[in-house]
Design a protein around this ligand. Sequence first.
Ligand code: UGY
Ligand code: MN
Length: 245
Amino acid sequence: MQHLGKTRSAHHPDHLLQTPDTFVRAPLPGMRKATAIVHIGPAGGARFTQYTAEFETGGTLEPASVERFVYVLEGELTAGQRSLAVGDYAYFPPSSSEVLSAARPARAAIVEKPYVSLGGASAPALFTGKESMVNGQPFMGDDALQVRTLVPADPAFDFAVNTMTFQPGATLPMVEIHVMEHGLLMLAGEGIYRLGEHWYPVSAGDFIWMGPYCPQWFGALGKTPAKYLIYKDWNRHPLAGETCS
Ligand code: UGY
Ligand code: MN
């Protein structure tokens, strides 16, 4: 708790840094014995929503009407016959009927958004995966920065979710400025995140939203690797979803 009005959290039109001292918890419709920390949504300028769901023993989350991606942060969740441990993830197409439940306390990062169809095709089917089974790939040739791609490379998916693991001292090789937006959860370690014209110290537990074209760069500090989970909209033409009159 911070009683003197100080925080590392910051909100600007093109980015949000939300640190755990500023998290506010409230249940969402469809939650029982669970609560949500809503990190970002349309009210904050994003075209998706991302929240951390915290389940008590016996907690449940009803299916969503939109597509949903779940990455388990702590404990274990089940969806029908499937069980998801820490580092496991699942994709639920819109109107999937699967309820998420927790036999014991658990936490998960959840991204939800309306599905943007490609040529009228329906959304991909439910799938689950294990991050531990995904091979890391060097990012732009740098072995000290490993990317793990959690969503299959299939144009039917309108978003991507990756983990990025930086050895101490590793950095993004350039300041990125791109049309895609990001939801980012720091999973481990620490470093400096450049967002627009601001440089922020960040560490495990922090959430960042980057709007389209937000200049972004990260450098890992400390003596242990820094790792984050990162969402981006993907595989769609920039005019997809626009109506021309
Ligand atoms: O995929 C990405 O755009 C990623 N390299 N961005 C980031 O880490 N801020
Ligand atoms: Mn990026």
